[in-house]
Design a protein around this ligand. Sequence first.
Ligand code: NAP
Length: 286
Amino acid sequence: MNISFLGLGVMGYPMAGYLAKAGHNVTVYNRTAGKAEAWANEYGGATAATPAAAAQNADVLISMVGNDDDVRQVLIASGALAALPEGALLIDHTTASATLAQQLATLCDQHGHAFVDAPVSGGQKGAVEGILTIMAGGTPQAFARAEPVFQAYAKTITHVGPAGHGQLCKMLNQICIAGVLAGVAEAVHLGQKSGLDMQKAYQAIKGGSAQSWQFDNRVPTMLDDKYDFGFAVEWLRKDLGIAISQAKSVGAALPATALVDQFLAEVEAMGGKRWDGSSLLKRYRR
Ligand SMILES: NC(=O)c1ccc[n+]([C@@H]2O[C@H](COP(=O)([O-])OP(=O)(O)OC[C@H]3O[C@@H](n4cnc5c(N)ncnc54)[C@H](OP(=O)(O)O)[C@@H]3O)[C@@H](O)[C@H]2O)c1
């Protein structure tokens, strides 16, 4: 297939790489052109100077950018959707709002395209290893077309429901991450303040009922005070903001999520906008 990929960040770069490795003809666009050139040198695909140029001959157009505004910019304002050949499939992997996914589905319908919102989970590690989790929203026909594409970089792929439901599912995922991260950060904070051997405590807790992806993967880096990698605080806050706004729209309360979001705002104020979310620990150590 001719697949065009927009957005070669922490996640998009390796994901597009897996598509090239799977034998697809991949064209990439990145706002900062140097990343697209580096990607093409590494994987041998083509680069496009604009999103619309990338979309022109695509069977499948994929976006993996930052937030709702970025998706609107890269797909709509840039003319990419208008340039996409009729009958193509648009996949948005960005973590964005369910409202935006529904708007994209309507737009695609009007242009004769298929659409799937497909936020991912599994972090930078999951993208680099090609073992992401994908929660997808769209018609069964659109999902059936997207699934073989996803198989290049995902291990767990679930069709959750109609357009927007992939994003709703991702909101639940992010709420769980926020709560677990806060628990892990508080536990490490108490252990360190109390003089516990944290390497031994990590080994002791790891396989038990407090086990989690965050505990297994983030405690070692928290103990090294290492945060210059992974899932940026600004993206986690963006995701929590989307969940909080969705909750308001349906009359649900998310007090714990709101508190973690406030703590993460304090981490941002400490200069941590691009630190991994596990830097929440720094808020406790202030
Ligand atoms: N990192 C994770 O662990 C993780 C896990 C799951 C989901 N996500 C989600 O996946 C998405 C991407 O995350 P990431 O970590 O890959 O982010 P990132 O490293 O910050 O990369 C963002 C990418 O989007 C591009 N971009 C941003 N705004 C743009 C715009 N207005 N027009 C054109 N291009 C634009 C950036 O281009 P430049 O290179 O020019 O800046 C870059 O290629 C986010 O929605 C995030 O919430 C991330």
